[in-house]
Design a protein around this ligand. Structure first.
Ligand code: NDP
Ligand code: HSE
Length: 436
């Protein structure tokens, strides 16, 4: 059967992996897709790199638009990243009637509404399995495998770089900057690694998960984003003593009146499988009303794991290329005319447990004052730990775990606790999820 022609734009980490896996497994992929999938042209700013990776087996250019405007090309694979040229490439490809496969979560989280609407109008597919959790087929699971369910929540370790940093810091005591440099060397980190460490990359992915899980528009601007740069070793240690691990989680959770969409360091019970996901591995737990909790685990970054997801999309698009657009799987799982207006909730209405670390004078009555303030805000204490002060130190750390409460109540109580004269400095707070 006639091959489907692919134009690959960007042959760096993921593009290179895609080229190599497609070449290595060409025979099996053809048997699955029903026709050969051929990368006929590659565009990359680095022409020498493209020539080296392809060995001259495809047409090479430094002009992405030469591929986008080539009538012989059926599918554009966008693997350059960013919101600038990548957006123009994707929009032009759609306008030219080409299907698009992309790993670019930043682009889709910010411009997804525009892109999916354009694709819908033109009857083409924009596939993005690689955009969330690298090689794990979480988009397919949420959009198709769990389609019978009312999704209640999805929570995951969806940034390999930060999980790698947290794991290496905890296990080997390595400094933050050294581990980040290693993650960059291994090709896990984004072009701008602040996207990883400040939680932005995870928020891009959580935004896409929330849209697919709840049938709401893509709304990155409403996500709460907090990274790992303010985490302190003391909190990792105290959390362990209380039976918890700290992970950077992306959370999309349904409440009665809206959807929680947030990324932040989170205490989770050490006995949960998610707490034991280490290194650059990713894992997502999804709770559906019928299926209960399901767990998806695997490599969330890197050349070939991500290529695995890119090629899965290529096979899907190849199989569906000739199907009536109205009968394809919708981009965001729900039919475009049936999206929900369920709002993304402001952070003040989010409900979580809390880890609080207070530096206090070691004297009578301090704890009573603190617990009274928590009670006044209807915040119930779950566990408490007090560090034995050093000889003559005069101050100590108190660590309190609370049951769930409204974010607004937690913030109000913390403000009052910080105003106590016996409490020194800011209260360190990390949100906590039991993930039952
Ligand atoms: P890389 O930087 O390794 O590769 C991108 C390539 O595209 C580079 O060779 C770059 O050239 C080239 N390029 C950039 N701009 C242009 C342009 N305007 N025209 C032609 N070529 C261009 O990135 P990755 O492979 O790591 O990431 C690609 C995408 O995949 C991103 O959206 C990323 O977020 C996503 N992703 C990455 C994962 C990973 O593990 N790395 C995992 C999941 C998703 P030059 O270097 O000269 O700028
Ligand atoms: N920078 C991302 C990560 C790449 O570390 O998870 C995969 O999306």
């Amino acid at each position: 059967m006639k091959p489907i022609n692919v134009g690959l734009i960007g042959i760096g980490t993921v593009g290179g992996g895609t080229w190599n896996v497609l070449k290595r497994n060409a025979e099996e992929i053809t048997r699955r897709a029903g026709r050969p999938i051929c990368i006929v042209a590659v565009a990359d700013k680095n022409v020498a790199l493209a020539e080296q990776v392809t060995g001259g087996a495809a047409r090479i250019t430094d002009d992405a638009f030469a591929l986008v405007n080539d009538p012989e090309i059926d599918i554009i694979v966008e693997l350059i990243g960013g919101y600038g040229v990548a957006r123009e490439v994707v929009m032009q490809a759609i306008a030219n009637g080409k299907h698009v496969v992309t790993a670019n979560k930043a682009l889709l989280a910010v411009h997804g509404t525009e892109i999916f609407a354009a694709a819908q109008a033109k009857g083409v597919t924009v596939a993005f399995e690689a955009a969330v959790a690298g090689g794990i087929p979480i988009i397919k699971a949420l959009r198709e495998g769990l389609t019978a369910n009312r999704i209640e929540w999805a929570a995951g370790i969806i940034n390999g770089t930060t999980n790698f940093i947290l794991s290496e810091m905890r296990d080997k005591g390595l400094p933050f900057a050294d581990v980040l440099a290693e993650a960059q060397r291994l090709g896990y980190a984004e072009a701008d690694p602040t996207f990883d460490i400040e939680g932005v990359d995870a928020a891009h992915k959580a935004t896409l998960m929330s849209a697919i899980a709840f049938g709401i528009p893509v709304q990155f601007d409403k996500a709460y984003v907090e990274g790992i740069t303010k985490l302190e070793a003391a909190d990792i240690k105290y959390a362990e003593q209380l039976g918890y691990r700290i992970k950077l989680l992306g959370i999309a959770k349904r409440q009665e009146n809206g959807v929680e969409l947030r990324v932040h360091p989170t205490l989770i019970p050490a006995k949960r499988l998610l707490a034991n996901v280490e290194g650059a591995m990713n894992a997502v737990v999804v709770k559906g009303d019928a299926v209960g909790t399901t767990l998806y685990y695997g490599k969330g970054a890197g050349a070939e794991p991500t290529a695995s997801a890119v090629i899965a999309d290529l096979v899907d698009v190849t199989r569906l290329a000739t199907a009536d657009p109205e009968h394809r799987v919708p981009h965001l799982a729900f039919q475009p005319h049936a999206l929900s207006s369920l709002p993304v909730l402001p952070m003040s209405e989010v409900i979580t447990g809390n880890y609080l670390r207070l530096r206090v004078e070691d004297k009578a009555g301090v704890l009573a004052d603190v617990t009274r303030i928590l009670a006044d805000h209807s915040i119930s204490i779950d566990a408490m730990l007090q560090r034995e002060p050093e000889e003559g130190e005069g101050e100590t750390d108190i660590i309190i775990l609370t049951h769930t409460c409204l974010e607004s109540a937690a913030i109000a109580a913390i403000g009052k606790i910080e105003a106590l004269s016996a409490v020194k400095g800011a209260v360190k707070r990390i949100r906590l999820e039991e993930l039952q």
